[in-house]
Write a protein of this length. Structure first.
Length: 542
């Protein structure tokens, strides 16, 4: 039988190993029915090893049938593994110990590749940071690289809805293991639908009590500088990634900044970057309100990953290393586009003009003048719809939101020809306020000739009154062909609730905000050479 043929796969074997400090880590091992020695594919995850990230990938049997020993391990304190779980705190040392165990696993070549998304992606970064020589290739998907900036906070604003939901999910697993039915039911409800009252002041005592035993309070209260974040973040624990890496991201994924940050930090080893149209969960061709097309079906990722591991763990010359190193999915033409590098340099500035009220202002090639005012009311804040930090992530119709008086919108002229926008997108804004601190939430949308408007990128930045403008708001990145007669729209607001916490306007740290202290805020957005949208236009190979 050749490597290209399928093997039958035995029922998973349960195996355990001991870490250096005596924790037992349990794993399922899927083996091809063969006397040959095979490379190992490892996934380390906290959600119960039988799940095995099948919300994103093919079942482990699929990989085992193609000539790999697949190991799905419960990290410390999760599933049936012993010890206390603390997100990311033990994954570097436990990752090294696991690789050391697998390097001598009977029936294997001792060479290991790792795959998985989200938490499972971070475990790959930290295993790579351990420096163990058994690790030959990784394929991290939708994972944080700087845990604070990529997962907990964005632009200095706490991603409250996402973090409450994730903390509830993790804490519910602890309650399930303890057989605490009432606590599990309460956390299940909180994780699937946190109330706006809870999210209004995430540091409130009732919410902290419900999430007791989780990382939530630490993530909310710990200052941005110091050992807590450094000791959990791959970017701080490694100079660069020196293992061949196949990076996977999604335009509507909340952790895309981590994917791009890791790719930018990659060393000399081979690497590839693939960004599809997907949100964090689930991976599918329908994202938001758009059908992204047959080419967006995520089953292709299993094939690409298999080729990546075949090249680096089996030495196959299958062409994966000859492809364009950056593959971006164009969400309007619904096709993959190959580029020689990430197109990060800005190529054009569109300046803000006009005073949006009954209709949008304008985006033009020359600086504008004057200013426009919006008033943020914490009783009825501007809502989020479609941002990457939201359960509604993906393109959503924004016409009603953009017509609100507390949202300012600016439209480009209709495009004369089809134009490919790919790479970094930033807004630079000059603004001030009558309070100590305020937030700027920015959405980039595509407006059809019919007037239908859908968001395609977003970003946020918290601003203190003593900071000097202009303020840069990263909208991360995008790949979209703007068709002739379509319009780009930039929308600005002081809130995007409940995806992001509200800024009380007082400068009070997030964990100590009281709901009754939120202030009405007047924000003045100034036109001129410091307020513009910075875009990157690209040439790509289909």
């Amino acid at each position: 039988m050749t490597d290209e043929a399928f093997y039958s796969v035995s029922a998973p074997q349960i195996a355990a190993m001991m870490t250096r400090d005596g924790a037992r880590l349990d794993a399922d091992i899927y083996r091809p029915d063969s006397e040959k020695a095979f490379p190992v594919l490892l996934m380390r995850q906290p959600y119960g090893r039988r799940l095995a990230s099948t919300v994103a990938y093919a079942h482990p049997r699929w990989y085992a049938a193609r000539g790999y020993v697949v190991v799905i391990q419960d990290v410390r304190g999760r599933g049936s593994s012993s010890g206390d779980f603390e997100p990311f705190a033990n994954e570097l040392e436990d990752g090294w110990d696991t690789l050391d165990w697998l390097s001598d696993l009977p029936g294997t070549t001792g060479e290991v590749g790792m795959y998985g998304f989200s938490y499972q992606g971070v475990t790959q970064f930290l295993a790579a940071a351990s420096g163990h020589t058994a690790l030959k290739a990784i394929a991290p998907a939708m994972a944080g690289f700087d845990i604070r900036r990529d997962m907990a906070w964005e632009g200095g604003v706490f991603c409250v809805q996402r973090n409450v939901s994730w903390a509830a999910q993790l804490t519910a697993e602890t309650a399930r293991k303890a057989g605490d039915e009432a606590r599990y039911r309460d956390l299940h409800a909180l994780g699937h639908g946190p109330s706006q009252t809870d999210l209004l002041c995430p540091g409130n005592e009732q919410l902290r009590e419900r999430l007791a035993g989780s990382h939530f309070s630490d993530w909310l209260d710990t200052p941005k500088d110091g050992p807590f974040w450094r000791d959990r973040s791959p970017h701080a624990l490694m100079q660069g990634i020196e293992v061949p890496a196949f990076y996977i991201g999604g335009w509507s994924d909340g952790f895309l900044s981590g994917t791009l940050r890791a790719f930018a930090a990659h060393g000399e080893a081979p690497c590839r970057l693939v960004i599809g149209p997907w949100a964090h969960l689930p991976w599918q061709r329908h994202v938001g309100e758009w059908d992204m097309g047959a080419a967006a079906h995520p089953s292709a990722l299993d094939q690409w990953q298999l080729q990546w591991f075949d090249a680096h763990l089996k030495g196959h010359d299958n062409g994966i290393l000859d492809q364009a190193p950056v593959q971006l999915y164009d969400i309007t033409t619904k096709q993959w586009r190959g580029l020689p590098h990430w197109p990060g340099a800005q190529g054009e500035r569109l300046y803000l003009h006009g005073e949006p009220r009954e209709q949008a202002g304008r985006l033009q090639s020359e600086p504008g003048s004057g200013q426009v005012v919006l008033v943020h009311d914490p009783w009825r804040p501007a809502p989020d719809l479609g941002s990457h930090a939201s359960p509604t992530a993906g393109p959503r119709a924004r016409e009603v939101i953009d017509q609100r008086p507390d949202v300012l919108s600016f439209d480009s002229a209709p495009f004369e020809r089809d134009s490919l926008l790919a790479g970094d997108v930033h807004a630079w804004l000059e603004a001030d306020s009558d309070v100590s601190s305020f937030d700027l939430h920015v959405y980039l949308s595509l407006v059809e000739p019919s007037g239908m408007c859908h968001n395609i990128a977003s970003g946020v930045q918290r601003i203190a009154s003593d900071e000097q403008p202009p303020y840069q708001i990263s909208l991360r990145g995008i790949c979209v062909t703007v068709a002739a007669q379509h319009v780009l729209r930039l929308s600005c607001a002081a809130a995007a609730f409940p995806a992001y916490e509200l800024n009380p306007g007082t400068g009070t740290p997030s964990g100590r905000v009281r709901a009754c202290e939120h202030l009405i805020q007047t924000v003045r957005l100034k036109m001129g050479e410091n307020s513009y949208l910075a875009l990157a236009w690209a040439h790509a190979e289909n």
